[in-house]
Design a protein around this ligand. Structure first.
Ligand code: BGC
Length: 764
C-alpha cells in the first residue's frame, strides 16, 4: 500500500494534470488526494517499508538517523519534510554507509545552561546557529526547543529543559524559536504539556489543577506561541487529567489554537497516544514517526464515515501550509557543510556567559597566577560530559575536557594524576556514549564508571606539589528514566571520600580547592560545600566545555550566569517530593501535582524553606549597585514601567542579571510571596560604568488564574515591585496600587481534573 501511494497511482484521470502544492489552491490539492494518500499524509513515513522518493527536481536526501519524515506525493508536488532532534543541537548520524564524508554537528550548551545566561539575545543566536546546521544538513524542522518545567530535581530530562519558572522558560523558548526559524527552518516546541517526568512517561496521568496548569505548565508555551510563532508543536506522551494530550481537543484546539492563535501543525511525540482517530479529531495533525496500523485505521474510518473527511482535510491543510515554507519544498541547495568552526566559537561564548559561580571564598577565582600547578581530581576532569543522553544528545566531532582547556590556557596540570585517570577511564566509558554512535544513547548511571579510589598518600603528595586542586563531579542521564537519590542526587561514598581527602590535604597546606559541577540536573550540595573554596556550576556545557571553564577560572570571562532552578538543601525539601513519580509505587499510573502553583522558588519563598542556592543566584568577580526604582506611576493603568540604574562598583568588567519580582495582594486568591515578572542582563559594564534598565509591566503581569471565574484576574490592592540580584537578594523595592480588580483574560473551562486535589495553600 505504501509504495503504490508513493508512486502516485491513478487517483486523477490522466488527461487532467494533478494540482500542484503551491501552484494551485491548497483545497484543490487536498481534494485531489485519495483517501489512502490522505491517511498516509497524516502519519509519518519513517517505517521500514518506506524509502522516501525525491520529488522531481529535488535532491534525494539520505540523512542518516534523521528523526522522521513525512510522505512525499510526487504527482501533487508534495515533498517529504524532514524532522530531527533536538534541544542542544541537531542530532543526525555523523557517518553514512559508503560515504567518506562526516556529518558532525555542534553540541551547544544544554537548555538548563543557556537559561542560566538569562540572555535572550544569546539564546536567539544559539538558536540561529542550530537552525543553520539543520538547514545545511537538509533538515526542515528541528524538534526543539523543549520547555517542560523543572518540577522535581529527579526529572531525567531536565537538562533539556530551561527552568522551574514559566516566564524564563517561555522567553528562552521564544528567543530560540526566533533564532532557529530565522534560518528558514521550523521548530517543534515540546512536549506539550505537563510532561515533567520520565517514569511511566508513555501513559502517566498528570492530575493537576486548572490554575497550576495555566500558571506553571502552559504559560511558557503560551509565551512562545504568542511571541515567536513556532511552525509546529509536539504533544507529549502523558495524559492531563485523564486524557492523552495528543487526544485532547481541549488542549490542542481550545487552548492552543483558539485561545493562543497557534496556526501551525501539531505532531505527536514518537509513538505517543493511543487512538489515531481521537488524535486526528483533537487536532493532532501528524502522527510520528508513522505506523501502518495508524494509517490503515484512519483510512478505513475515513471511508466508513467514522472520521469526518473535513477533520482529516483540516489536519492535512495545516501540515501542507507548513510544508510549503520548508527548505525542501523551496528546493534549498543544502551544502552538508555548516560552519562548524564558527558555531564552536558561539557554543563557547554561550556557555561562558551562562556558567554559574556558586561559591568563591577569599577570591579563590579567578586564579591569580597563570603559572599555577593544578592537581585535577575526578574522572570527568579528563573527559567532558557535553550534554545528556537520549534524543537530546548531539553527535559532535570532539569535546574539550576541563584539563585540556586549562592546559591550553597555560596552566600546568599534574601529569601523574592525568596518567592515572586516563588509564582508569580506558577501562570503561558510559555505554553508547561514543561520539559516532548511531544509537540513541540511554546509559543508566550505574553503567558509568565510579570514581577511582585515590590513595591518601598520593593526595597528600599532590597537596605538597601542586598550587591548587580541582575536583569535578559529574552526572549524566536522559530520556527514558528519572534519577534516583543514592549515588545520584546525593553524592556517592567514593565522591564524598575524594572531596573530603582532597579538601583536608590541600587546606592543610593553605591551598585552595575548586569544585566543578558537570551535571545535568540538581544535586545535593549543602553537606559538602564547606569543603570547597569555590564552586562552578557548568551544567553540561557543550563540546567546548573545557575552554569555557578555563575562560572563567582564568578571569578571561567574568561569570555572569545565575540559577534558573533552585538547589534545595535536601531532596525532601522539594515541594513535589511527596508526589514524584506517582502511584502505585513501582509502575506509577498517576501523579498528583499537590504542590499546585508552588513550584521552585514560589514554594521555598512562600513556605520559608531555605534552599542551598536560591533561584536567580550567582556570583561575579565584581559587584553591582542597584539604584532606586523609578515607577512611571503610583497607580496602575494599562501598563507601568520600572526603571533603575545598575552600576559596576567593583574592579573588573562584568555583566549583571537583574530580576524583577512582583508581590501581589492575596485577598481572594492564594498567591506566592513573589513571582518573576521580568529580567534583563546588562551589557559588559566596565568598573564604574552604569546601565539603565527598564521593565514594562502589563496587566497580565499582575494577574493570576482565578479558577472560579475561569479567567486571569488582577486583584485590586497594593503591588510591591522587588528588584534584585536573586530571588532572595532583593536590592530595591517600590509599590503601586491597582485601584480596581481587572479581568485581563476570560478563557475556557477545560482540562478540569476528574478528582479533587488537596493542593498546598500558602498562609500569608
Ligand atoms: C522524544 C522527543 C523526540 C522524539 C524524536 C521521543 O522519544 O520524547 O523529544 O523529539 O523522540 O526523536
Amino acid at each position: 500500500m505504501a509504495q503504490s501511494a508513493m508512486n502516485n497511482s491513478s487517483a486523477m484521470p490522466p488527461t487532467k494534470p494533478a494540482p500542484q502544492l503551491g501552484q494551485n489552491p491548497l483545497q484543490e490539492v487536498i481534494d485531489a488526494m485519495s483517501i489512502e494518500e490522505k491517511s498516509l499524509m497524516v502519519t509519518g513515513a519513517k517505517r521500514r517499508e518506506v524509502v522516501p522518493v525525491a520529488t522531481p527536481g529535488r535532491k534525494q536526501k539520505n540523512i542518516a538517523a534523521v528523526g522522521g519524515y513525512t510522505y512525499p506525493f510526487v504527482r501533487l508536488g508534495i515533498p517529504a519534510i524532514y524532522l530531527s532532534d533536538g534541544p542542544a543541537g541537531l542530532r543526525i548520524a555523523p557517518r553514512r554507509d559508503n560515504d567518506p564524508n562526516s556529518y558532525y554537528c555542534t553540541a551547544f550548551p544544554v537548555a538548563s545552561l543557556v537559561a542560566s545566561s538569562w540572555d535572550l539575545k544569546l539564546a536567539e543566536r544559539v538558536g540561529s546557529a542550530m537552525g543553520h546546521e539543520a538547514l545545511e544538513y537538509g533538515v526542515d524542522i528541528l524538534l526543539a526547543p523543549a520547555l517542560n518545567i523543572h518540577r522535581d530535581p529527579l526529572g531525567g530530562r531536565s537538562f533539556e529543559y530551561y527552568s522551574e519558572d514559566p516566564l524564563i522558560s517561555g522567553k528562552m523558548t521564544a528567543a530560540a524559536v526566533k533564532g532557529i526559524q530565522s534560518q528558514g527552518v521550523g521548530t517543534s516546541i515540546k512536549h506539550f504539556a505537563a510532561n515533567n517526568q520520565e517514569t511511566s512517561r508513555r501513559f502517566i496521568n498528570t492530575i493537576v489543577s486548572e490554575r497550576a496548569l495555566r500558571e506553571i505548565y502552559l504559560q511558557g508555551f503560551k509565551i512562545a506561541v504568542e511571541e515567536a510563532d513556532p511552525w509546529t508543536v509536539m504533544s507529549s506522551y502523558n495524559k492531563i487529567n485523564g486524557v492523552y494530550t495528543s487526544e485532547s481537543g481541549e488542549l490542542l484546539e481550545t487552548i492552543l489554537r483558539k485561545e493562543w492563535g497557534f496556526n501551525g501543525f501539531v505532531l505527536s511525540d514518537w509513538y505517543g497516544g493511543e487512538d489515531a482517530l481521537k488524535q486526528m479529531q483533537a487536532g493532532n495533525d501528524l502522527l510520528m514517526p508513522g505506523l501502518a496500523v495508524w494509517s490503515n485505521k484512519i483510512d478505513s474510518a475515513a471511508r466508513n464515515g467514522a472520521l469526518d473527511m473535513k477533520v482529516l482535510d483540516h489536519n492535512i491543510g495545516r501540515i501542507l501550509k507548513v510544508a510549503m515554507q520548508t527548505p525542501t519544498y523551496k528546493n534549498y541547495p543544502y551544502s552538508d557543510k555548516p560552519n562548524l568552526e564558527q558555531n564552536a566559537q558561539l557554543a563557547r561564548e554561550a556557555a561562558a556567559q551562562s556558567v554559574v559561580l556558586l561559591k568563591n571564598e577569599q577570591e579563590t577565582l579567578p586564579i591569580a597566577n597563570s603559572n599555577q600547578k593544578i592537581a585535577a581530581f575526578g574522572n570527568y576532569s579528563y573527559k567532558m560530559i557535553v550534554g545528556g543522553t537520549g534524543s537530546g544528545m548531539v553527535n559532535n566531532k570532539y569535546s574539550v575536557s576541563l584539563t585540556e582547556g586549562l592546559q591550553k590556557a597555560g596552566y600546568q596540570l599534574d601529569k601523574e594524576l592525568q596518567a592515572s585517570y586516563q588509564e582508569y577511564l580506558k577501562k570503561g566509558r558510559p555505554r553508547n556514549m561514543k561520539a559516532d554512535s548511531l544509537i540513541t544513547a540511554m546509559p543508566k548511571l550505574d553503567s558509568i564508571l565510579g570514581e577511582q579510589a585515590i590513595d591518601e598518600n598520593l593526595i597528600r603528595r599532590k597537596a605538597q606539589e601542586a598550587d591548587m586542586a580541582v575536583v569535578t563531579l559529574m552526572r549524566v542521564f536522559g530520556e527514558g528514566g528519572d534519577r534516583k537519590l543514592d549515588n545520584d542526587y546525593y553524592l556517592s561514598a567514593e565522591e564524598k571520600k575524594l572531596l573530603k581527602s582532597v579538601s583536608e590535604a590541600f587546606r592543610a597546606k593553605g591551598k585552595k580547592v575548586v569544585v566543578v559541577l558537570n551535571i545535568g540536573g540538581v544535586i545535593e550540595v549543602a553537606s559538602w560545600r564547606d569543603q570547597a573554596d569555590a564552586i562552578l556550576l557548568a551544567w553540561q556545557p557543550g563540546q567546548e566545555g573545557g575552554h569555557v571553564l578555563a575562560d572563567l577560572m582564568s578571569g578571561k570571562v567574568n561569570p555572569s550566569g545565575k540559577l534558573a532552578t533552585t538547589f534545595p538543601i535536601t531532596y525532601q525539601d522539594s515541594p513535589s517530593a511527596k508526589n514524584f513519580p506517582g502511584t502505585p509505587a513501582g509502575k506509577p499510573e498517576k501523579v498528583v501535582y499537590e504542590e499546585g502553583i508552588y513550584v521552585g522558588y514560589r514554594y521555598y519563598d512562600a513556605f520559608k524553606v531555605n534552599p542551598a542556592y536560591e533561584f536567580g543566584y550567582g556570583l561575579s568577580y565584581t559587584n553591582f549597585e542597584y539604584g532606586k526604582l523609578n515607577l512611571s506611576a503610583g497607580k496602575f493603568k494599562d501598563q507601568l514601567t520600572v526603571t533603575l540604574e545598575v552600576k559596576n562598583t567593583g574592579k573588573v568588567a562584568g555583566r549583571e542579571v537583574v530580576q524583577l519580582y512582583l508581590s501581589a495582594p492575596a485577598k481572594t486568591m492564594d498567591k506566592p510571596e513573589k513571582e518573576l515578572k521580568g529580567f534583563a542582563k546588562t551589557g559588559l559594564l566596565q568598573p564604574g560604568q552604569s546601565e539603565t534598565i527598564t521593565f514594562t509591566l502589563d496587566a497580565r503581569a499582575l494577574s493570576s488564574f482565578d479558577t472560579r471565574k475561569t479567567a486571569w484576574v488582577a486583584e485590586a490592592g497594593k503591588y510591591t515591585v522587588k528588584v534584585g540580584a536573586s530571588s532572595r537578594n532583593i536590592r530595591q523595592t517600590a509599590a503601586f496600587k491597582l485601584p480596581k480588580s481587572l479581568v485581563t483574560e476570560q478563557v475556557n473551562k477545560v482540562l478540569v481534573p476528574e478528582v479533587a486535589i488537596s493542593e498546598l495553600k500558602a498562609k500569608r
